[in-house]
Design a protein. Structure first.
Length: 297
């Protein structure tokens, strides 16, 4: 039975990745809309370089892989703040409500792009006026356990993009599967931002697959990320559970346009509460920090 399970997941991964050559070249960088959807959410996931498809087991599963919702054993509230570069800030808030072999989730992913100068053809350096720009995505998710070692989930999101007086909206879907191959080995597959267009531009569709390995106090994951507007990217992450309450994390994001791709972070946790922090440098653009909190009951 275990051999069949490994084979089934392997075939799915092979079918997805075998088409990655044409998929990753479908569009060129900068041709998709709502690119805030590419900003990783959750301090733990960010510290591990965004390698989280097989590991996610909290409210951020609505973003990374909705199958992870069903791994939440208790009700959960989640909040994250991301101090991005160039005065851009991001917030992610959500909750999970588990029920036996299924779980329901809700999340809001919000980005404030700050104030910008209004320009015209006659005044390319600015008219003296300013305007605000922001994006918000509200998601509802549902995860269910198919067997003791296989689970899946889906999230439906409503996206609104606002630039000054101009507003555009679209619906999107995230879908994923997670499989526990053995006590130490897990696999995950997810499709992010499936949907229509935002105005005339497509959404940043991403296919990702990940393999996670846990041994003693060390956890590592490797993800392959296939975006529709750029080349394939490898993400790797490590977590060392130094003590039952303290975890140290590091990761690497390949094919980065800015910065070294290295990520660092730590986590403090108890049975009912967790706080995570991530530091991500972006070279000339500056350094970014994320902090997130989880309350369970």
């Amino acid at each position: 039975m275990k051999v069949k399970k490994i084979g089934m997941v392997g075939v799915i991964l092979l079918l997805i990745f075998s088409g990655s050559g044409s998929f990753s070249l479908a569009s060129q960088p900068g041709t998709t809309a709502a690119n805030f959807l590419k900003i990783p959410v959750g301090a733990r996931a960010s510290a591990m370089g965004g390698a989280y498809t097989a590991l996610c087991q909290d409210t951020t599963a609505l973003y990374w892989n909705p199958a992870g919702l069903v791994s939440c054993e208790e009700k959960e509230l989640f909040a994250m703040y991301n101090s991005w570069f160039q005065d851009i800030s991001q917030g992610y808030f959500g909750a999970v409500y588990p029920r036996e072999k299924r779980a329901f989730g809700f999340a809001i992913n919000y980005v404030d792009l700050g104030q910008m100068k209004r320009t015209t053809w006659e005044n390319p350096t600015g008219t003296g006026e300013k305007f605000n720009a922001s994006d918000i995505c509200v998601s509802l998710g549902y995860g269910w356990r198919i067997s003791s070692s296989l689970q899946t989930g889906i999230a439906i999101g409503y996206l609104k993009d606002t630039i000054a007086e101009d507003e555009k909206s679209a619906f999107l879907f995230n879908f994923g599967v997670q499989s526990k191959i053995s006590k130490n080995l897990s696999l995950g597959i997810a499709l992010q931002n499936l949907g229509g267009k935002l105005g005339d531009d497509p959404l940043p569709l991403i296919i990702r697959g990940g393999v996670a390995w846990t041994h003693s106090s060390l956890t590592t994951e490797v993800d392959l990320e296939l975006p529709n507007d750029n080349d394939a990217r490898i993400r790797t992450g490590f977590e060392w559970q130094l003590t039952p309450r303290l975890a140290l994390r590091a990761g690497y994001q390949g094919n980065q346009d800015q910065g070294s791709g290295i990520t660092l972070g730590l986590g403090l946790s108890t049975k009912k509460f967790a706080m995570d922090y991530t530091y991500v440098p972006f070279g000339d653009l500056g350094n970014t920090s994320r902090v997130s909190f989880i309350i369970r009951w």
